[in-house]
Design a protein around this ligand. Structure first.
Ligand code: NDP
Length: 688
């Protein structure tokens, strides 16, 4: 008995394998010769069996094709369930359905053509219509269930229908264009953008991921909400400072600053030096916090953000004792000298891309020079400046000398307009720089403005290819491209262009995008959903303007990444100087590659921008490198490297990219004022 059962099972198994083989042959045949030509005889021949044996399993052609269609639908169901198991949020479930239906497998030419053959027959063949109805009903009901907790039932129903229609439409368009109109990634990104857009205004019952929510704005006495851009999780709520809090901070700072300025430079330097040590001792904790607050990969914040801040404190600790004026010989009857004195209470206003580094770059020179600093971090990244304040106190900095006020632009304006604040150092956009300068004018404050850019990176034919590609990648994709000095206009001399693009594509394609907390992640999340929209808008604009996407160009929404703001590193080729993506600051992972022929031509084109923050040149001919750099209108330049910012070198821009300098000895000039003293060595010669 057992033996008979065993052989029946073996027979069934063999039958199943044969059916599966014939279904695969049918998919091959549909992809190659289409529905009409896919006969039982042809498919049997492919499988090495007779048409009669095929009929034995499937009765007739319609039976075989129905089974094949069912098999495609079933495979899709399996992939969808696997994706659903990996996500936890309703938004993630919606994305899982989109990802499964528009996955790479469905865009594969063989599978895609088979699907297309079936879609064409559905109106004519009742049994195919039945399968299709089941497939559509299942997709709709999965979508409705996923959307249900995000909105009212009737809204979920209509949005589910829209998403389903769009999935079919986008896929069909790609199929009918022979898969040139869209690929899996861009189709999924399109749907993700649509869903986000639809969810934004109507998610009162269950909030969408916090990263996708509009942040509270404007009122000075409000709350700053810190959100992890990679997950949408809220991290902290901090009260924003209004006029009373700002006035109180200024009063404390004024009091503390007098005593601080009276100390010797050596004494001040000692405190700063301890701060550098403490920053290094807390590197890991601060890096984790910065990664959570900004979405930048932990491999970056661990290596750069805290370390750069510590270097800055150490550097100015060393300089503090050497801050001095000069002696001037005025002949036998007099001499003169200058005193470099602190300004008093100064304010720093930071951007969100390097929150801790910016706080350090502003406060270390300010404190070394004997000032007190009030610092306002960007509303999106309020956390690490607070930690810096604690570490400075622990290092022995007297209370009141470094204070953090949280808030929005209104809080920033309270600082820029405050009569007792003597200077503003801003890192931010050009528009903000102009507004700050205008506000500072009412009290004639000094300003240092570190603003935006659209910097050129010039690669000559003789450049070391690997180094030039590394420079271009560093200058465009570090911190997901959210770096002010990025060389986003990459000019490549024509002879090197093909090899440069080939290597660039290989290396960029291999970059790892993902959870910023993973050690191996190289590209993290953009700072906010609003910023994501802006970057994706530029990518769409680039395509519309006729630039070609060499790699990237899509939002990344795999699994839980759908809850964050991830964009694939994107390289545009076939760009022209007058395209929006080439002229305007995108502040995301988007590189434009342009070609050039001669040195004069590239210099002229590189300078044809209102910005002037940075520039880079890659060439083995060093005389040419210096000649070109001398003619570039930029405040910070690199030869055969890009975006390295050692603390010893002054950093800053010209033209619309800013005023003043940070880092190096130059920053001392911006945090001190000169007093000239005339000392008489003889009687006053009076004509009266
Ligand atoms: P923003 O200009 O939007 O904001 C910068 C800071 O200014 C924030 O703290 C902001 O507050 C505050 N602020 C905004 N409006 C005013 C105002 N009217 N008065 C006073 N303060 C104000 O820049 P982002 O934070 O968006 O940063 C990105 C920009 O920064 C990019 O353009 C980039 O190029 C530039 N940047 C320049 C660098 C450089 O060194 N040159 C380095 C890094 C970035 P809130 O956050 O509440 O809006």
């Amino acid at each position: 008995m057992a033996r008979v059962q065993g052989s029946a099972a073996a027979l069934a198994e063999a039958g199943g394998a044969r059916r599966a083989q014939l279904i695969e042959m049918t998919i091959d045949s549909l992809a190659e010769v289409g529905y009409v030509e896919s006969t039982l005889t042809r498919i049997g021949r492919r499988a090495g069996v007779s048409a009669g044996l095929v009929a034995h399993y499937f009765a007739d052609k319609d039976g075989l094709l129905e089974a094949t269609f069912r098999s495609l639908v079933a495979r899709l169901g399996v992939r969808m369930r696997a994706r659903m198991q990996q996500v936890r949020t309703p938004r993630g479930r919606v994305q899982a359905i989109i990802d499964a239906n528009l996955g790479a497998e469905e865009f594969d030419r063989r599978t895609g053509t088979a699907w297309l053959a079936f879609w064409g027959q559905v109106p004519h063949v009742e049994r195919l219509r039945r399968v299709q109805r089941v497939y559509q009903r299942r997709m709709l009901s999965n979508l409705k269930v996923a959307l249900h907790s995000l909105m009212k039932a009737e809204d979920a129903q209509s949005l589910a229908a829209m998403i389903a229609a769009m999935i079919d439409g986008v896929w069909l368009r790609a199929a009918l264009s022979n898969w040139t109109d869209a690929d899996s990634e861009s189709a999924r990104a399109l749907l993700a953008t649509f869903v986000d857009f639809r969810l934004k205004p109507q998610a009162p019952q269950e909030p969408a991921p916090a990263a996708n929510r509009a942040r509270p704005r404007s009122a000075a006495a409000d709350v700053v909400v810190s959100v992890n851009p990679a997950t949408g999780q809220e991290l902290a709520r901090l009260p924003a400072a209004g006029p009373a809090e700002v006035d109180a901070a200024v009063a404390r700072a004024l009091e503390a600053q007098r005593a601080w300025a009276a100390r010797t430079g050596t004494e001040r330097g000692r405190v700063l030096r301890r701060a550098a040590d403490l920053l290094r001792a807390h590197n890991e904790r601060l890096a984790v916090l910065e990664t959570r607050d900004t979405g930048k990969p932990i491999q970056e914040t661990r290596a750069v953000d805290v370390a750069s801040g510590a270097d800055c404190f150490e550097y100015y600790a060393g300089l503090a004792a050497g801050i001095a004026g000069e002696y001037l010989d005025l002949g036998r009857e007099a001499f003169g000298y200058t005193r470099r004195e602190p300004l008093g209470v100064v304010a720093g206003i930071g951007a969100w891309n390097y929150p801790l580094q910016i706080a350090c770059w502003k406060s270390a020179p300010a404190l070394a020079c004997g000032n007190a600093m009030i610092f306002k971090p960007a509303e999106l990244t309020p956390l690490t400046a607070v930690e810096l304040q604690k570490l400075l106190l622990e290092a022995g900095l007297p209370e009141g000398l470094f204070q953090v006020v949280q808030g929005f632009a209104d809080t920033g304006r309270l600082l820029t307009r405050h009569a007792q604040i003597r200077k503003i150092s801003l890192t931010g956009e050009v528009g903000t720089g102009k507004a700050v300068m205008a506000d500072a004018a009412s009290t004639l404050k000094a300003v240092t403005l570190e603003l935006g850019g659209k910097s050129p990176l010039i690669v000559f034919d003789d450049a070391d290819l690997e180094n030039a590609v590394s420079g271009a990648m560093l200058g465009n994709f570090y911190s997901a491209g959210e770096v002010c000095s990025n060389g986003t206009r990459v000019f490549v001399q024509r002879k090197l262009r093909a090899r440069f693009l080939q290597r660039l594509q290989q290396r960029v394609h291999a970059m790892r995008i993902g959870d910023p907390m993973r050690d191996d992640t190289q590209v993290g999340a953009l700072i906010s959903a609003e910023h994501l929209d802006k970057v994706m808008g530029y990518i769409a604009r680039g395509r519309a303007e006729g630039a070609r996407v060499l790699t990237g160009g899509t939002r990344v929404v795999d699994g839980d990444l759908a809850n964050g703001n991830f964009v694939a590193p994107t390289v545009f080729t076939d760009c022209h100087d007058d395209m929006g993506i080439v002229r305007e600051e995108i502040f995301g992972p988007v590189m434009s590659v342009l070609s050039f022929d001669t040195e004069d031509e590239v210099i002229e084109r590189a300078n044809a921008t209102p910005f002037g923050l940075a520039a880079g040149v890659f060439t083995r001919e060093l005389t040419r490198a210096h000649r070109v750099i001398a003619r570039l209108e930029a405040g910070t330049c690199w030869i055969n490297h890009y975006n390295v910012t050692p603390i010893e070198l002054p950093f800053g821009g010209v033209k619309l990219s800013g005023l003043g300098r940070e880092n190096g000895r130059a920053a001392i000039e911006h945090y001190t004022q000169l007093k000239s003293v005339y000392v008489a060595m003889s009687d006053v010669a009076s004509p009266y």
